[in-house]
Design a protein around this ligand. Structure first.
Ligand code: ZN
Length: 391
């Protein structure tokens, strides 16, 4: 893969250094390098737009969105290291906005825990004992582009799936697709990570897809197409929400100005041109609470009550977890679920997990939601997905 960032602007201030990096996946390169202590974001998903040493081992990080207007989702991920053990204080603010993600800490970039923090209005402060052993501080667990590749490969070791490149993103990164190889003409479509910081959506997608792909009866009848990471540029850059062109991909499903959404559209068109039927689609996201954005039962989709029945069945078995269904119809917004409904006359949902939902609960709900969805879809005849047409 060729280096994506060839120009490195250097500022030789003692307290603010924009560093170059040799890591191909690194695009955000702000760093605080005061000699002993180094704060850097020169890794995939890394982001801390401005870093200043205020003196006395106190640092101020300012987060700035990739462009505006933008939905509030201030992402950050950075690494702290020191040649000599040094207690430091890091304060973080968001330019023109407030924080959404609580700070988490990891020594290896894999295992995370909440970092104690002090919040004062719109700024939070953490105290870290910086040492030679680097620690990562991040808004959510770091799930970078490589993570998806590793996950797909490990899934491929367990079940019969293909893992191929669907096409290239705006900046030329591969967009991967995973397919079950059932040669069925009924297709279920799963998308993820249009919005880079929405990691809890990814944490739901992984077990959900594993469960679908592992169910013999299900994949015998349905072909499953998964594009788990639709915005690899935004993920690599640590973007708040947009792709490399500064566009919200989940507003592009009407005009298709972005290559990422066009690739999916063309794939689905190719499926239907070859005689396939898209019967259902899910798109995984995160927001402040757990919620399922659905299409209304009265919208004339095939079959009308499919999602109501599925989520109703889910609700019965996951109490006290609350299954919030929010039906909505907005033909002009360019949202994926609406595009599926309007194009293929079938249901689609936006599956949103809360930013702070317990990770074990996310996993459990994904298991139960995929089990109940499979049951619901298997109980629906092929005719029911195609018979009713909107007037
Ligand atoms: Zn989202």
């Amino acid at each position: 893969m060729k280096k994506l960032l060839s120009i490195c602007a250097l500022s030789f201030s003692a307290i603010l250094l924009t560093a170059c990096t040799s890591n191909n996946e690194s695009v955000n390169t702000q760093a605080c390098n005061a000699g002993n202590v180094i704060l850097t974001a020169d890794f995939a998903t890394g982001r801390m737009d401005e870093c200043k040493l205020l003196g006395n081992n106190e640092y101020l990080i300012t987060l700035i969105p990739e462009n505006t207007p933008i939905n509030s989702s201030p992402w950050y991920a950075f690494k702290i290291q020191a040649k000599q053990p040094t207690p430091i204080k890091v304060t973080m603010v968001v330019k023109g906005d407030k924080h959404r993600y609580l700070p988490k800490i990891s020594k290896n970039g894999k295992d995370w825990q909440l970092q104690p923090y002090h919040i004062d209005g719109k700024r939070w402060t953490i105290n870290i004992d910086a040492s030679q052993d680097a620690v990562y501080i991040s808004g959510q667990e770091i799930i970078d582009n490589q993570y998806y590749i590793d996950w797909a490969k490990s899934l491929q070791n367990k079940v019969k799936i293909s893992h191929e490149i669907l096409g290239k993103s705006t900046q030329g990164r591969p967009l991967y697709q995973i397919e079950s190889n059932s040669h069925s003409n009924e297709w279920v479509v799963v998308l993820g990570r249009m919005h880079p910081p929405e990691v809890t959506g990814a944490l739901a997608l992984f077990p959900f897809v594993e469960n679908l792909m592992s169910n013999k009866a299900f994949i015998q009848r349905f072909n499953v197409l998964v594009i788990p990471n639709l915005n690899p540029d935004g993920v690599a850059m640590g973007n708040w929400r947009h792709n490399a062109n500064g566009v919200d991909l989940n507003r592009d499903w009407k005009t298709f100005k972005q290559v990422e959404s066009r690739l999916v559209r063309d794939k689905l068109n190719a499926i239907t041109a070859a005689g396939g039927n898209i019967v259902f689609a899910l798109d995984f996201h995160s927001t402040r609470k757990d919620i399922f954005y659905t299409m209304p039962s009265s919208y004339g989709l095939n079959p009308p009550h499919l999602v109501e029945n599925w989520l109703g069945a889910l609700e019965k078995i996951v109490a006290p977890f609350v299954v919030r269904q929010q039906p909505g119809n907005n033909p002009d917004k360019g949202v994926f679920k609406q595009y599926i409904a309007d194009t293929f006359n079938v249901h689609a949902i936006t599956y949103e997990m809360g930013d702070n939902t317990d990770r074990a609960v996310i996993d459990d709900i994904a298991q139960q939601a995929s089990n109940t969805l499979m049951k619901t879809l298997l109980n629906t005849s092929a005719n029911e997905f195609t018979s009713m047409r909107k007037q």
